[in-house]
Design a binder for this molecule. Structure first.
Ligand code: FE2
Length: 135
């Protein structure tokens, strides 16, 4: 199980809360993998994770836009690539290979999320903090 650590916080409370929910959804995926659920169930759980990723990215991009963050377009392009890959993997998570695909999704999302939160997300958060303290 994944344990959220305060070092993953970027200092934007709504975004931190949504990142925490993404961790919880990854843990839910783990439960479904470990309990040997059937392929259609894994497909649905990955779909729920994909839906929340879309929701979260939309909020994050709206926040960056509201603050006039200059890196928005590049950041949004990374989101789009990532979300497309999750959807591609979801479409493979039916049938006999569903467990293997689900394990791949879990590893992919976790690696990407940690790298993204600590790198790319931290940059816009620093920008917003600097702007809000200068105001
Ligand atoms: Fe992001």
């Amino acid at each position: 199980m994944l344990v959220w650590d305060d070092e993953y916080k970027i200092g934007q409370p709504d975004m931190d809360a949504q990142h925490l929910i993404l961790f919880a959804l990854l843990n839910q995926l783990t439960v479904n993998i470990d309990s040997d659920r059937a392929g259609d169930c894994l497909h649905d759980v990955i779909g729920a994770l994909g839906d929340y990723i879309d929701y979260h990215f939309a909020h994050e991009e709206a926040l960056m836009k509201a603050w006039g963050y200059p890196g928005l377009d590049d950041h949004a392009a990374l989101h789009m690539q990532f979300a497309a890959e999750v959807r591609r993997l979801q479409s493979m998570a039916n049938g006999a290979d569903a467990h293997k695909v689900a394990i791949r999704v879990r590893a992919f999302v976790l690696d990407w999320l940690l790298g993204h939160i600590l790198g790319t997300d931290a940059q816009y958060a620093q920008f917003i903090t600097a702007r809000s303290t200068a105001a």
